[in-house]
Design a protein around this ligand. Structure first.
Ligand code: F6P
Length: 498
Protein backbone atom coordinates (compact mmCIF):
# COMPACT_ATOMS: atom_id res chain seq x y z
CA UNK A 1 0.00 0.00 0.00
CA UNK A 2 1.32 3.47 -0.93
CA UNK A 3 2.18 5.87 1.88
CA UNK A 4 -0.54 8.44 2.63
CA UNK A 5 -0.29 11.69 0.70
CA UNK A 6 -0.66 14.51 3.23
CA UNK A 7 -0.39 17.31 0.66
CA UNK A 8 -4.14 18.03 0.44
CA UNK A 9 -4.29 18.21 4.25
CA UNK A 10 -1.20 20.38 4.48
CA UNK A 11 -2.58 22.72 1.81
CA UNK A 12 -5.82 23.45 3.67
CA UNK A 13 -6.26 27.16 4.40
CA UNK A 14 -5.27 27.96 7.99
CA UNK A 15 -8.16 30.16 9.11
CA UNK A 16 -8.56 31.23 12.73
CA UNK A 17 -11.14 29.42 14.82
CA UNK A 18 -13.12 32.56 15.57
CA UNK A 19 -13.23 33.38 11.84
CA UNK A 20 -14.38 29.85 11.06
CA UNK A 21 -17.32 30.33 13.46
CA UNK A 22 -18.12 33.75 11.99
CA UNK A 23 -18.10 32.39 8.44
CA UNK A 24 -20.31 29.36 8.97
CA UNK A 25 -23.56 29.41 10.92
CA UNK A 26 -23.77 25.64 10.60
CA UNK A 27 -20.30 25.02 12.02
CA UNK A 28 -21.44 23.75 15.42
CA UNK A 29 -23.98 21.29 14.04
CA UNK A 30 -21.63 20.17 11.28
CA UNK A 31 -18.88 19.37 13.73
CA UNK A 32 -20.79 17.86 16.59
CA UNK A 33 -22.24 14.40 16.97
CA UNK A 34 -24.33 12.65 19.64
CA UNK A 35 -23.77 8.95 20.18
CA UNK A 36 -24.57 6.61 23.07
CA UNK A 37 -25.00 9.28 25.72
CA UNK A 38 -21.97 11.31 24.63
CA UNK A 39 -22.02 14.71 22.95
CA UNK A 40 -18.87 15.25 20.84
CA UNK A 41 -17.99 18.79 19.78
CA UNK A 42 -15.09 19.43 17.40
CA UNK A 43 -16.24 22.92 16.42
CA UNK A 44 -13.40 24.51 18.42
CA UNK A 45 -10.82 22.59 16.37
CA UNK A 46 -9.59 23.72 12.95
CA UNK A 47 -11.56 21.00 11.18
CA UNK A 48 -13.73 22.38 8.37
CA UNK A 49 -16.07 20.77 5.84
CA UNK A 50 -13.21 20.99 3.38
CA UNK A 51 -10.81 19.28 5.80
CA UNK A 52 -13.31 16.52 6.50
CA UNK A 53 -13.68 15.92 2.74
CA UNK A 54 -9.91 15.84 2.30
CA UNK A 55 -9.62 13.25 5.07
CA UNK A 56 -12.50 11.23 3.64
CA UNK A 57 -10.62 11.17 0.31
CA UNK A 58 -7.47 10.04 2.12
CA UNK A 59 -9.49 7.33 3.87
CA UNK A 60 -10.61 6.09 0.49
CA UNK A 61 -7.03 6.12 -0.77
CA UNK A 62 -5.97 4.06 2.27
CA UNK A 63 -8.79 1.56 1.73
CA UNK A 64 -10.36 2.45 5.06
CA UNK A 65 -13.82 0.92 4.51
CA UNK A 66 -12.38 -2.49 3.60
CA UNK A 67 -10.01 -2.38 6.57
CA UNK A 68 -12.82 -1.51 8.97
CA UNK A 69 -14.86 -4.41 7.54
CA UNK A 70 -11.86 -6.68 7.98
CA UNK A 71 -11.55 -5.61 11.64
CA UNK A 72 -15.16 -6.50 12.41
CA UNK A 73 -15.05 -9.68 10.30
CA UNK A 74 -12.19 -11.08 12.40
CA UNK A 75 -9.75 -11.08 9.50
CA UNK A 76 -6.01 -10.82 10.05
CA UNK A 77 -5.55 -7.08 10.60
CA UNK A 78 -2.56 -7.45 12.93
CA UNK A 79 -0.38 -8.37 9.99
CA UNK A 80 2.99 -8.41 11.74
CA UNK A 81 1.73 -11.05 14.19
CA UNK A 82 -0.59 -12.77 11.71
CA UNK A 83 -3.67 -12.29 13.91
CA UNK A 84 -7.14 -10.80 13.97
CA UNK A 85 -7.95 -8.05 16.51
CA UNK A 86 -11.20 -9.22 18.03
CA UNK A 87 -12.00 -6.88 20.88
CA UNK A 88 -15.34 -6.01 19.28
CA UNK A 89 -16.37 -9.69 19.33
CA UNK A 90 -16.09 -9.45 23.14
CA UNK A 91 -19.04 -7.06 23.04
CA UNK A 92 -20.80 -9.31 20.52
CA UNK A 93 -20.03 -7.25 17.41
CA UNK A 94 -17.86 -9.36 15.17
CA UNK A 95 -17.56 -12.62 13.29
CA UNK A 96 -20.40 -14.93 14.44
CA UNK A 97 -18.09 -17.76 15.53
CA UNK A 98 -15.90 -15.33 17.53
CA UNK A 99 -18.98 -13.78 19.13
CA UNK A 100 -20.20 -17.24 20.10
CA UNK A 101 -16.82 -18.08 21.66
CA UNK A 102 -16.76 -14.77 23.53
CA UNK A 103 -20.28 -15.40 24.85
CA UNK A 104 -19.33 -18.80 26.17
CA UNK A 105 -16.23 -17.39 27.87
CA UNK A 106 -18.38 -14.68 29.45
CA UNK A 107 -20.83 -17.34 30.64
CA UNK A 108 -17.93 -19.11 32.33
CA UNK A 109 -16.87 -15.86 33.97
CA UNK A 110 -20.41 -15.24 35.15
CA UNK A 111 -20.68 -18.75 36.61
CA UNK A 112 -17.47 -18.22 38.60
CA UNK A 113 -18.76 -14.86 39.86
CA UNK A 114 -21.98 -16.55 40.99
CA UNK A 115 -19.93 -19.20 42.81
CA UNK A 116 -17.79 -16.56 44.54
CA UNK A 117 -20.90 -14.66 45.58
CA UNK A 118 -22.31 -17.87 46.99
CA UNK A 119 -19.07 -18.04 49.02
CA UNK A 120 -17.85 -21.22 47.32
CA UNK A 121 -14.30 -19.89 47.80
CA UNK A 122 -14.94 -18.74 51.36
CA UNK A 123 -16.01 -15.34 52.68
CA UNK A 124 -14.27 -13.23 50.00
CA UNK A 125 -14.29 -9.50 50.79
CA UNK A 126 -11.11 -8.29 49.11
CA UNK A 127 -10.10 -8.57 45.46
CA UNK A 128 -6.35 -8.33 44.91
CA UNK A 129 -5.93 -7.98 41.15
CA UNK A 130 -2.39 -8.35 39.89
CA UNK A 131 -1.53 -7.43 36.32
CA UNK A 132 0.25 -4.72 34.38
CA UNK A 133 -0.33 -2.57 31.28
CA UNK A 134 -3.46 -3.69 29.50
CA UNK A 135 -4.05 -6.28 32.19
CA UNK A 136 -4.41 -3.56 34.84
CA UNK A 137 -5.25 -0.17 33.34
CA UNK A 138 -8.71 -1.13 32.06
CA UNK A 139 -9.96 -2.82 35.24
CA UNK A 140 -8.48 0.02 37.29
CA UNK A 141 -10.32 2.64 35.22
CA UNK A 142 -13.61 0.75 35.47
CA UNK A 143 -13.46 0.13 39.20
CA UNK A 144 -12.30 3.66 39.94
CA UNK A 145 -14.91 5.31 37.72
CA UNK A 146 -17.89 3.14 38.61
CA UNK A 147 -17.11 1.66 41.98
CA UNK A 148 -17.64 4.55 44.35
CA UNK A 149 -20.73 3.00 45.92
CA UNK A 150 -19.38 -0.53 45.98
CA UNK A 151 -19.91 -2.04 49.39
CA UNK A 152 -19.40 -5.75 49.03
CA UNK A 153 -15.73 -5.85 47.99
CA UNK A 154 -12.58 -3.78 48.36
CA UNK A 155 -10.52 -3.87 45.20
CA UNK A 156 -6.79 -3.23 44.81
CA UNK A 157 -5.17 -3.30 41.40
CA UNK A 158 -1.44 -3.84 41.79
CA UNK A 159 0.80 -3.49 38.76
CA UNK A 160 4.22 -2.17 39.72
CA UNK A 161 7.00 -4.62 40.56
CA UNK A 162 8.00 -2.17 43.30
CA UNK A 163 7.00 -4.18 46.37
CA UNK A 164 5.71 -1.01 48.01
CA UNK A 165 2.62 -1.21 45.80
CA UNK A 166 1.89 -4.79 46.79
CA UNK A 167 2.64 -4.18 50.46
CA UNK A 168 0.17 -1.29 50.54
CA UNK A 169 -2.55 -3.59 49.24
CA UNK A 170 -1.63 -6.50 51.49
CA UNK A 171 -1.55 -4.25 54.55
CA UNK A 172 -5.14 -3.26 53.88
CA UNK A 173 -6.46 -6.79 53.25
CA UNK A 174 -7.13 -9.91 55.29
CA UNK A 175 -5.52 -12.85 53.46
CA UNK A 176 -8.30 -15.22 54.56
CA UNK A 177 -10.88 -13.05 52.81
CA UNK A 178 -8.80 -12.22 49.73
CA UNK A 179 -9.33 -13.41 46.20
CA UNK A 180 -6.04 -13.27 44.31
CA UNK A 181 -6.71 -12.47 40.66
CA UNK A 182 -3.75 -12.91 38.33
CA UNK A 183 -4.30 -11.13 35.03
CA UNK A 184 -1.80 -11.72 32.28
CA UNK A 185 -2.45 -12.41 28.64
CA UNK A 186 0.84 -14.26 28.29
CA UNK A 187 1.16 -15.45 31.91
CA UNK A 188 4.88 -14.78 31.65
CA UNK A 189 5.17 -11.07 32.47
CA UNK A 190 7.94 -10.72 35.04
CA UNK A 191 6.30 -8.07 37.21
CA UNK A 192 3.00 -9.93 37.39
CA UNK A 193 4.50 -13.33 38.10
CA UNK A 194 6.71 -11.96 40.88
CA UNK A 195 3.83 -10.03 42.47
CA UNK A 196 1.61 -13.12 42.21
CA UNK A 197 4.25 -15.28 43.90
CA UNK A 198 4.65 -12.77 46.75
CA UNK A 199 0.89 -12.43 47.20
CA UNK A 200 0.53 -16.20 47.36
CA UNK A 201 3.30 -16.38 49.98
CA UNK A 202 1.50 -13.68 51.99
CA UNK A 203 -1.69 -15.73 51.92
CA UNK A 204 0.13 -18.85 53.07
CA UNK A 205 1.86 -16.90 55.86
CA UNK A 206 -1.49 -15.41 56.79
CA UNK A 207 -2.80 -18.88 57.58
CA UNK A 208 -4.78 -19.59 54.41
CA UNK A 209 -4.80 -23.36 54.24
CA UNK A 210 -5.03 -23.67 50.48
CA UNK A 211 -3.89 -20.33 49.00
CA UNK A 212 -4.20 -21.67 45.44
CA UNK A 213 -7.86 -22.29 46.22
CA UNK A 214 -8.37 -18.51 46.35
CA UNK A 215 -6.68 -17.77 43.03
CA UNK A 216 -8.35 -16.87 39.74
CA UNK A 217 -6.36 -16.48 36.51
CA UNK A 218 -7.37 -14.29 33.56
CA UNK A 219 -5.28 -15.21 30.57
CA UNK A 220 -4.95 -16.14 26.92
CA UNK A 221 -2.45 -18.84 27.95
CA UNK A 222 -4.61 -21.07 30.18
CA UNK A 223 -2.13 -23.94 30.10
CA UNK A 224 0.54 -21.70 31.68
CA UNK A 225 -1.86 -20.68 34.46
CA UNK A 226 -2.62 -24.33 35.20
CA UNK A 227 1.09 -25.12 35.19
CA UNK A 228 1.59 -22.26 37.68
CA UNK A 229 -0.89 -23.97 40.00
CA UNK A 230 -4.28 -22.40 39.31
CA UNK A 231 -7.09 -24.91 39.22
CA UNK A 232 -8.51 -25.22 35.71
CA UNK A 233 -12.01 -24.33 36.95
CA UNK A 234 -10.72 -20.93 38.03
CA UNK A 235 -8.86 -20.09 34.84
CA UNK A 236 -10.89 -17.63 32.77
CA UNK A 237 -9.46 -17.66 29.26
CA UNK A 238 -9.70 -15.08 26.52
CA UNK A 239 -8.46 -15.12 22.97
CA UNK A 240 -5.01 -14.48 21.65
CA UNK A 241 -6.71 -12.22 19.10
CA UNK A 242 -7.74 -9.77 21.85
CA UNK A 243 -4.86 -7.35 22.37
CA UNK A 244 -3.75 -6.52 25.92
CA UNK A 245 -4.74 -2.85 25.72
CA UNK A 246 -8.08 -3.83 24.16
CA UNK A 247 -8.86 -6.55 26.66
CA UNK A 248 -11.03 -5.05 29.39
CA UNK A 249 -14.13 -6.48 27.66
CA UNK A 250 -12.81 -10.01 28.02
CA UNK A 251 -12.14 -11.94 31.22
CA UNK A 252 -9.61 -9.20 32.04
CA UNK A 253 -12.70 -7.23 33.11
CA UNK A 254 -13.40 -9.88 35.78
CA UNK A 255 -12.65 -7.76 38.90
CA UNK A 256 -14.98 -5.07 37.59
CA UNK A 257 -17.69 -7.62 36.77
CA UNK A 258 -17.35 -9.14 40.24
CA UNK A 259 -17.17 -5.90 42.19
CA UNK A 260 -19.71 -3.89 40.19
CA UNK A 261 -22.05 -6.76 39.39
CA UNK A 262 -22.71 -8.71 36.22
CA UNK A 263 -25.46 -6.36 35.01
CA UNK A 264 -23.01 -3.46 35.06
CA UNK A 265 -20.52 -5.47 33.02
CA UNK A 266 -23.20 -6.34 30.46
CA UNK A 267 -24.18 -2.66 30.22
CA UNK A 268 -20.55 -1.74 29.64
CA UNK A 269 -20.45 -4.19 26.73
CA UNK A 270 -23.73 -2.85 25.36
CA UNK A 271 -22.48 0.74 25.43
CA UNK A 272 -19.34 -0.30 23.58
CA UNK A 273 -21.41 -2.24 21.05
CA UNK A 274 -23.50 0.84 20.38
CA UNK A 275 -20.31 2.74 19.58
CA UNK A 276 -19.14 -0.18 17.41
CA UNK A 277 -22.31 0.04 15.34
CA UNK A 278 -22.01 3.80 15.03
CA UNK A 279 -18.41 3.43 13.89
CA UNK A 280 -19.20 0.66 11.42
CA UNK A 281 -22.30 2.18 9.86
CA UNK A 282 -22.03 5.97 9.95
CA UNK A 283 -20.74 8.14 7.15
CA UNK A 284 -17.28 9.49 7.97
CA UNK A 285 -18.50 13.11 8.10
CA UNK A 286 -20.69 12.23 11.11
CA UNK A 287 -18.62 9.38 12.50
CA UNK A 288 -17.27 10.23 15.96
CA UNK A 289 -14.08 8.12 15.95
CA UNK A 290 -13.31 9.22 12.40
CA UNK A 291 -13.81 12.94 13.10
CA UNK A 292 -11.63 12.69 16.19
CA UNK A 293 -8.89 10.97 14.18
CA UNK A 294 -9.15 13.57 11.42
CA UNK A 295 -8.53 16.30 13.99
CA UNK A 296 -5.61 14.31 15.45
CA UNK A 297 -4.02 13.91 12.03
CA UNK A 298 -4.66 17.51 11.03
CA UNK A 299 -2.64 18.72 14.00
CA UNK A 300 0.22 16.23 13.64
CA UNK A 301 0.55 16.38 9.85
CA UNK A 302 -0.41 19.98 9.03
CA UNK A 303 0.42 21.90 12.21
CA UNK A 304 3.45 19.99 13.51
CA UNK A 305 1.88 19.27 16.93
CA UNK A 306 3.84 16.63 18.79
CA UNK A 307 1.52 16.12 21.73
CA UNK A 308 -2.16 15.99 22.50
CA UNK A 309 -3.69 16.26 25.97
CA UNK A 310 -6.90 14.97 27.51
CA UNK A 311 -8.29 16.63 30.61
CA UNK A 312 -11.05 14.82 32.43
CA UNK A 313 -13.11 17.34 34.35
CA UNK A 314 -14.40 14.65 36.66
CA UNK A 315 -12.68 12.82 39.50
CA UNK A 316 -14.41 9.61 38.45
CA UNK A 317 -12.49 9.71 35.18
CA UNK A 318 -9.15 10.61 36.66
CA UNK A 319 -7.54 7.41 35.36
CA UNK A 320 -8.69 8.05 31.79
CA UNK A 321 -5.53 9.93 30.70
CA UNK A 322 -3.24 7.07 31.78
CA UNK A 323 -5.53 4.52 30.16
CA UNK A 324 -5.34 6.51 26.93
CA UNK A 325 -1.58 6.77 27.11
CA UNK A 326 -1.20 3.03 26.71
CA UNK A 327 -4.03 2.69 24.21
CA UNK A 328 -2.75 5.42 21.92
CA UNK A 329 1.01 5.32 22.33
CA UNK A 330 1.46 1.55 22.45
CA UNK A 331 -0.85 1.22 19.45
CA UNK A 332 0.32 3.99 17.18
CA UNK A 333 3.81 4.83 18.40
CA UNK A 334 5.34 3.18 15.34
CA UNK A 335 7.96 4.11 12.77
CA UNK A 336 7.28 1.66 9.97
CA UNK A 337 4.16 0.95 7.99
CA UNK A 338 2.23 -2.30 8.28
CA UNK A 339 4.35 -3.51 5.37
CA UNK A 340 7.59 -2.57 7.12
CA UNK A 341 8.45 0.55 5.14
CA UNK A 342 9.88 3.50 7.13
CA UNK A 343 7.32 6.28 7.51
CA UNK A 344 8.28 9.77 6.39
CA UNK A 345 5.80 11.59 8.67
CA UNK A 346 5.00 11.66 12.38
CA UNK A 347 2.80 8.89 13.75
CA UNK A 348 1.05 9.06 17.16
CA UNK A 349 1.21 12.29 19.09
CA UNK A 350 2.48 11.97 22.63
CA UNK A 351 -0.64 11.52 24.74
CA UNK A 352 -0.75 13.20 28.10
CA UNK A 353 -3.25 14.94 30.32
CA UNK A 354 -4.71 15.17 33.77
CA UNK A 355 -7.73 16.14 35.79
CA UNK A 356 -9.53 19.46 35.78
CA UNK A 357 -9.63 21.75 37.60
CA UNK A 358 -6.34 20.70 39.20
CA UNK A 359 -4.50 20.83 35.87
CA UNK A 360 -5.58 24.44 35.36
CA UNK A 361 -3.41 25.40 38.30
CA UNK A 362 -0.44 23.39 37.11
CA UNK A 363 -0.02 23.05 33.35
CA UNK A 364 -2.52 25.39 31.70
CA UNK A 365 -0.11 28.33 31.69
CA UNK A 366 1.83 26.64 28.89
CA UNK A 367 -1.34 25.71 27.07
CA UNK A 368 -2.55 29.31 27.00
CA UNK A 369 0.70 31.18 26.45
CA UNK A 370 3.51 28.71 25.75
CA UNK A 371 5.16 28.23 22.38
CA UNK A 372 3.74 24.74 21.78
CA UNK A 373 0.41 24.25 20.10
CA UNK A 374 -1.27 21.43 22.03
CA UNK A 375 -4.67 20.21 20.81
CA UNK A 376 -6.77 19.52 23.89
CA UNK A 377 -9.66 17.31 24.66
CA UNK A 378 -12.00 18.09 27.52
CA UNK A 379 -14.12 15.31 28.96
CA UNK A 380 -16.94 16.38 31.27
CA UNK A 381 -20.10 14.83 32.64
CA UNK A 382 -23.53 16.45 32.98
CA UNK A 383 -24.71 14.33 35.93
CA UNK A 384 -22.78 15.21 39.06
CA UNK A 385 -20.81 12.60 40.94
CA UNK A 386 -21.18 14.47 44.25
CA UNK A 387 -24.26 15.38 46.23
CA UNK A 388 -22.97 18.58 47.81
CA UNK A 389 -25.41 21.44 47.90
CA UNK A 390 -22.90 24.20 47.18
CA UNK A 391 -22.71 23.78 43.43
CA UNK A 392 -19.33 22.07 43.05
CA UNK A 393 -20.31 20.32 39.86
CA UNK A 394 -21.56 23.52 38.27
CA UNK A 395 -18.24 25.18 39.10
CA UNK A 396 -16.37 22.23 37.68
CA UNK A 397 -18.20 22.26 34.36
CA UNK A 398 -18.15 26.04 34.04
CA UNK A 399 -14.38 25.90 34.44
CA UNK A 400 -14.10 23.35 31.67
CA UNK A 401 -16.29 25.34 29.31
CA UNK A 402 -14.44 28.57 30.12
CA UNK A 403 -11.06 27.00 29.38
CA UNK A 404 -12.16 25.90 25.91
CA UNK A 405 -13.60 29.34 25.20
CA UNK A 406 -10.54 31.20 26.51
CA UNK A 407 -8.09 29.04 24.59
CA UNK A 408 -9.98 29.77 21.40
CA UNK A 409 -10.79 33.46 21.88
CA UNK A 410 -7.54 34.59 23.51
CA UNK A 411 -7.24 38.18 24.68
CA UNK A 412 -5.02 41.00 23.50
CA UNK A 413 -3.21 43.24 26.01
CA UNK A 414 -0.75 46.09 25.62
CA UNK A 415 1.64 44.16 27.86
CA UNK A 416 2.76 41.09 25.84
CA UNK A 417 3.19 39.08 29.06
CA UNK A 418 -0.50 39.55 29.74
CA UNK A 419 -1.67 38.82 26.23
CA UNK A 420 -3.25 35.52 25.17
CA UNK A 421 -2.76 34.55 21.52
CA UNK A 422 -5.94 32.43 21.34
CA UNK A 423 -6.78 30.21 18.35
CA UNK A 424 -5.80 27.21 20.48
CA UNK A 425 -7.95 24.19 19.65
CA UNK A 426 -9.97 21.95 21.91
CA UNK A 427 -12.55 19.23 21.43
CA UNK A 428 -15.18 18.64 24.10
CA UNK A 429 -16.81 15.36 25.05
CA UNK A 430 -19.81 15.84 27.29
CA UNK A 431 -21.13 12.62 28.81
CA UNK A 432 -24.68 12.38 30.15
CA UNK A 433 -23.44 10.32 33.10
CA UNK A 434 -20.62 8.14 34.35
CA UNK A 435 -22.41 4.83 34.11
CA UNK A 436 -21.30 1.49 32.66
CA UNK A 437 -23.06 2.01 29.33
CA UNK A 438 -21.62 5.47 28.68
CA UNK A 439 -18.16 4.46 29.84
CA UNK A 440 -18.25 1.45 27.52
CA UNK A 441 -19.14 3.70 24.61
CA UNK A 442 -16.43 6.19 25.55
CA UNK A 443 -13.68 3.58 25.69
CA UNK A 444 -14.83 1.98 22.42
CA UNK A 445 -14.78 5.44 20.83
CA UNK A 446 -11.12 5.81 21.80
CA UNK A 447 -10.28 2.34 20.46
CA UNK A 448 -11.83 3.09 17.09
CA UNK A 449 -10.20 6.49 16.93
CA UNK A 450 -6.83 4.76 17.32
CA UNK A 451 -7.81 2.41 14.49
CA UNK A 452 -8.77 5.23 12.10
CA UNK A 453 -5.50 7.00 12.88
CA UNK A 454 -3.58 3.79 12.19
CA UNK A 455 -5.30 3.09 8.88
CA UNK A 456 -4.68 6.62 7.62
CA UNK A 457 -1.08 6.48 8.82
CA UNK A 458 -0.64 3.08 7.14
CA UNK A 459 0.61 1.45 10.36
CA UNK A 460 -0.37 -1.62 12.40
CA UNK A 461 -1.88 -0.52 15.75
CA UNK A 462 -2.08 -4.04 17.15
CA UNK A 463 1.54 -5.05 17.76
CA UNK A 464 3.97 -3.62 20.36
CA UNK A 465 7.44 -4.92 19.58
CA UNK A 466 8.92 -1.70 20.95
CA UNK A 467 8.44 -2.84 24.55
CA UNK A 468 10.46 -6.03 24.17
CA UNK A 469 14.11 -4.87 24.08
CA UNK A 470 14.16 -3.32 27.55
CA UNK A 471 12.42 -6.40 29.00
CA UNK A 472 14.98 -8.74 27.41
CA UNK A 473 17.87 -6.69 28.71
CA UNK A 474 16.46 -6.58 32.24
CA UNK A 475 16.07 -10.37 32.19
CA UNK A 476 19.60 -10.85 30.88
CA UNK A 477 20.97 -8.47 33.51
CA UNK A 478 19.15 -10.40 36.24
CA UNK A 479 20.90 -13.57 35.10
CA UNK A 480 24.18 -11.66 35.25
CA UNK A 481 24.98 -12.59 31.70
CA UNK A 482 25.05 -9.18 30.09
CA UNK A 483 27.72 -6.50 29.89
CA UNK A 484 26.21 -3.07 29.36
CA UNK A 485 27.70 0.27 28.49
CA UNK A 486 29.99 1.88 31.13
CA UNK A 487 27.24 4.07 32.55
CA UNK A 488 24.79 1.20 33.04
CA UNK A 489 27.48 -1.10 34.43
CA UNK A 490 28.37 1.60 36.93
CA UNK A 491 24.74 2.03 38.02
CA UNK A 492 24.36 -1.72 38.53
CA UNK A 493 27.57 -1.80 40.52
CA UNK A 494 26.42 1.11 42.71
CA UNK A 495 23.04 -0.50 43.39
CA UNK A 496 24.07 -4.10 43.96
CA UNK A 497 27.82 -4.13 44.48
CA UNK A 498 30.09 -6.52 42.61
O1 F6P B 1 4.93 -4.54 27.96
C1 F6P B 1 3.79 -4.30 27.25
C2 F6P B 1 2.75 -5.37 27.38
O2 F6P B 1 3.04 -6.45 26.56
C3 F6P B 1 1.38 -4.80 27.09
O3 F6P B 1 1.07 -4.79 25.76
C4 F6P B 1 0.50 -5.66 27.92
O4 F6P B 1 -0.73 -5.05 28.13
C5 F6P B 1 1.33 -5.79 29.18
O5 F6P B 1 2.65 -5.86 28.71
C6 F6P B 1 1.01 -6.96 30.04
O6 F6P B 1 1.16 -8.18 29.38
P1 F6P B 1 0.48 -9.50 29.92
O7 F6P B 1 -0.98 -9.28 29.96
O8 F6P B 1 0.88 -10.58 28.97
O9 F6P B 1 1.03 -9.75 31.30
Amino acid sequence: MALPDWTPIQSLPAAKLTDLFAADAERLSRLSVDVAGIHFDWSKTHLTAEAVSAFAALAQQMDFAAKRDALFAGEVVNVTEGRAAEHTAERYEGAPESVARARSQHERMRALIDAIEAEALGPIRHILHIGIGGSALGPDLLVDALGRDMDRYDVAIVSNVDGVALEDAMDAFDPQATLLVIASKTFTTTETMLNAQSALAWMAEGGVEDPYGQVVALTASPEKAVEWGVDETRVLPFFESVGGRYSLWSSIGFPAALALGWDAFEELLEGAAEMDRHFRLTDLAQNAPALAAFADLYYTQARGCETRATFAYDERLKLLPSYLQQLEMESNGKRVTAEGEAVTYPTAAITWGGVGTDAQHAVFQLLHQGTHLVPLEFVGVIEAGDALAEGHHRQLLLNMFAQGAALMAGKGHEDPARSYPGDRPSATLLLDAVDPRTLGALIAFYEHRVFVNAVLLGINPFDQFGVELGKEMAKAADKGGLEFDPSTNDLIQRAFGA
